[in-house]
Design a protein around this ligand. Structure first.
Ligand SMILES: Nc1ncnc2c1ncn2[C@@H]1O[C@H](COP(=O)(O)OP(=O)(O)OP(=O)(O)O)[C@@H](O)[C@H]1O
Ligand SMILES: [Mg+2]
Length: 250
């Protein structure tokens, strides 16, 4: 049984006269990993910022867990966790203190925040470094893992991961990748953005390809590949380039 957890209908957002998101609709089912792919500037982050209630849409409906973004942002915020594209960390705090800060911001008691912080840091493999040193001394991969651990504070049911593996080595990418698989196995619903097509192919139940503010394709990775040839011989990067073209976006 598929049960929609997030429903987006005809979402629009402009900056000055530029239409960054120009009529986007999709649903994400409970327990699904939904990939949002697209070239630079396609409107992925703008979409995620609207879904996570930090940017008001010009037009369109967003319903998460039955709550509308129009009148129930507080309820939605309790259901979601956001791992932003730009690292959102306090440079001079330890990993543990970063998680404590965000946990308290979410309204957790200090005891509950402490318990979740330790368990989330263990989950991303950072127990040893939890209280050792400021996060600005961490490697790029470790910072990304802290960013992900912060998103898990408050035990969200829906996670927005905006390029959680950007700019890190294959080992760290694999670690984050495995963490996402564990979250999926726990039943987490995830919206996932990446420029690594093989990651999206392996992880996502369904993928929306976005370009210039609209969704130009939405299907399972298998079906997307089937449109171009025998799915076992086609890779998702071929599909992506075929659909979005080869011209540079920035
Ligand atoms: N606050 C803003 N003010 C003005 N323009 C903006 C703002 N935020 C986004 N844009 C523009 O909207 C368009 C979509 O940006 P967005 O960040 O959503 O793209 P993206 O798909 O996330 O790209 P990337 O893969 O590079 O992260 C871009 O042209 C961007 O410059
Ligand atoms: Mg982005």
């Amino acid at each position: 049984m598929t049960e929609p957890f997030l429903v987006v209908n005809d979402l629009h957002r402009s900056f000055n006269d530029y239409k960054a998101v120009n009529g986007v609709s999709f649903t994400i089912n409970k327990g699904e990993i939904f990939g949002l792919l697209g070239p630079n500037g396609a409107g992925k982050t703008t979409t995620i910022r609207m879904l996570s209630t930090v940017l008001p849409p010009d037009r369109g409906d967003i319903v998460i867990g039955g709550y509308s973004v129009r009148n129930n942002t507080d309820s939605i915020r309790r259901l979601i966790g956001v791992c932003p594209q730009e690292l959102a960390l306090y440079a001079d705090l330890s990993a543990f203190d970063n998680l404590m800060f965000f946990g308290r911001m979410e309204g957790l008691s200090s005891q509950e925040a402490r318990a979740q912080a330790m368990s989330n840091l263990e989950f991303v493999g950072l127990t040893d470094r939890a209280k050792k040193g400021r996060v600005d001394k961490f490697s790029g991969g470790m910072k990304r893992r802290v960013n992900l651990a912060i998103a898990l504070m408050g035990n969200p049911q829906l996670l927005f991961l905006d390029e959680p593996t950007v700019g890190i080595d294959p080992q760290s990418r694999n670690n984050i990748y495995e963490t996402i698989e564990m979250l999926r196995d726990r039943g987490m619903t995830i919206l996932y953005t990446t420029h690594y097509m093989e990651e999206a192919d392996r992880l996502c139940n369904r993928i929306a390809i976005m370009d210039a503010g609209i969704i130009i394709a939405l299907d399972t990775p298998y079906n997307l590949k089937s449109k171009l040839g025998p799915p076992e011989k086609v890779n998702l990067e071929d599909v992506f380039l075929n659909m979005t073209g080869r011209s540079l976006r920035d």
